[in-house]
Design a protein around this ligand. Structure first.
Ligand code: FAD
Length: 408
């Protein structure tokens, strides 16, 4: 238990949403000795999407929260990165190890289900109320009350709103409606058994061409019953909004979009199980000016839904969780009065996160535009750059994102 929680009464922290953001926040507060209640809309949490790459900034937070070893054990070993043309010619191929050594942490590609379960178990089922949809909150002198669809309510000291990109509570906090914006492409993602006829087993391979992209990333054994190694594969295609989403059409759709692409791409298309595939139109939200209201903190995709082109949405949710709990600990050490401490911590959280996440949302959107041909000339210039890239510029970009985080 931390110093702050020994010297003042523990807080009761309410967390709305048991995704990776809400559960990371719950864990961070629990580790400081606070009482946490997580409320989650669905009865059974089934993450949408195959896998996720946790970059070193996210993994560092997981280590501080006591889950780092579990995450490393369940994740894949990804040591090289390669870009190829759609015909399979290598554009650039380099080791990721110098980056991981430089920042003191490797990346961890992991099945979403494995990550979710690890976080859920660490928080403890007894602290998570499933099947409770939060509709609203009200604040008073004593604290904050969350109100639920089932007619019930819960009173606490602090409310963490981590209800995801479609957040219902976000507009109440910001005082205006925040519309999700279509980024301009569709992403299909799935896991397939790893095989070296698809890619070297420790490579992250990306095929690019015609403003489309196919990615194969080695992930761990934590995501399937057979305990076999898998690749996390995704396909990106620029398309107008509102195309139909029918699992029985996925294979045909991808065959059409990727006709003539390299053999490993064709092999993945023939091997995947459409029942295990997710198809998403990619959206983000505009950067927000504030992530706080009295006694309330917005966190994760609710605060900064972003294009996945930097692989940072989940990592940023983890950073949010760490910063929020740390600022709270410091404020409780400094202020005897709980209300003052919470107000101070929220102000510091806002100051620490608004610029960081806003910059990453904007950068992810620009990168999505470049990869997916919003301006075709820019996309072609990027392909040319990749052909002359020795890895240094890409590693520098990845490093900048990692070391800009709260744990350096
Ligand atoms: P969510 O995971 O959406 O969780 C929100 C939870 O709140 C849900 O369980 C929901 O049921 C619950 N909820 C909603 N409303 C209510 C309510 N009213 N009451 C109670 N509960 C409610 N990030 C990375 O770091 N690396 C990657 O490689 C990466 N790849 C990605 C690839 C794709 C294709 C996409 C789409 C995203 C990717 N991301 C990645 C981003 C990452 O998935 C998200 O940032 C992350 O899942 C956000 O977690 P969250 O907890 O904020 O939201």
């Amino acid at each position: 238990m931390s110093r702050s929680a020994q010297h003042t009464s523990p807080l009761h922290v309410l967390v709305v949403g048991a995704g990776m953001g809400g559960l990371s926040a719950a864990l961070a507060f629990q580790r400081q000795g606070h009482r946490v209640t997580v409320v989650e809309r669905v009865q059974e949490i089934r993450p949408i999407g195959a896998a996720i790459s946790l970059w070193p900034n996210g993994v560092k937070v997981m280590h501080r929260l006591g889950l780092g070893e579990t995450i490393e054990r369940l994740s894949g070993e990804m040591t090289r990165m390669r870009y190829l043309t759609h015909h399979g010619q290598t554009l650039t191929d380099f080791s990721l190890t110098p980056l991981f050594e430089d920042v003191g942490q490797r990346a961890c590609p992991i099945a979403r289900a494995a990550l979710q379960q690890s976080l859920f178990d660490a928080v403890g089922a007894e602290h998570i109320q499933l099947g409770r949809r939060c509709l609203d909150y009200t604040q008073d002198d004593d604290g904050i009350t969350a109100h639920f669809e089932d007619g019930g309510s819960l009173h606490g000291d602090l409310l963490v709103v981590a209800d995801g990109t479609h957040s219902r509570l976000r507009s109440k906090l910001t005082g205006h409606a925040v519309e999700r914006q279509y980024v301009g492409y569709v992403n299909w993602n799935v896991r397939v058994p790893a095989d070296d006829d698809l890619a070297p087993l420790h490579n992250w391979d990306q095929y690019v061409g015609d403003a489309k992209r196919v990615s194969l990333m080695p992930m761990g054994r934590g995501g399937n019953d057979q305990d076999t190694q898998e690749f996390y594969c995704f396909f990106d295609v620029p398309l107008p909004a509102g195309t139909t989403n029918e699992p029985q059409r996925y294979r045909d759709e991808l065959r059409e979009h990727f006709t003539g692409w390299a053999e490993p791409v064709q092999a993945v298309i023939e091997r995947f199980d459409p029942e295990r595939m997710a198809r998403l139109e990619i959206h983000d939200i505009p950067p927000l000016d504030t992530l706080i209201a009295p006694r309330v903190a917005l966190l994760g995709d609710a605060a900064h839904g972003m294009a996945p082109d930097l692989g940072q949405g989940g990592c940023q949710a983890m950073e949010d969780a760490w910063v929020l709990a740390e600022t709270m600990q410091r404020a409780l050490d400094e202020h005897a009065d709980t209300s003052t401490a919470i107000a101070t911590a929220l102000t510091h959280y806002d100051a620490a996160r608004v610029e960081r996440v806003g910059e990453i949302v904007s950068r992810a959107r620009k990168r999505a535009a470049m990869i997916h041909g919003l301006d075709p000339e820019q996309t072609h210039a990027w392909y040319d750059e990749l052909a002359h890239e020795d890895g240094d510029a890409i590693l520098a970009g990845l490093k900048k994102t990692v070391v800009g985080g709260p744990l350096g």
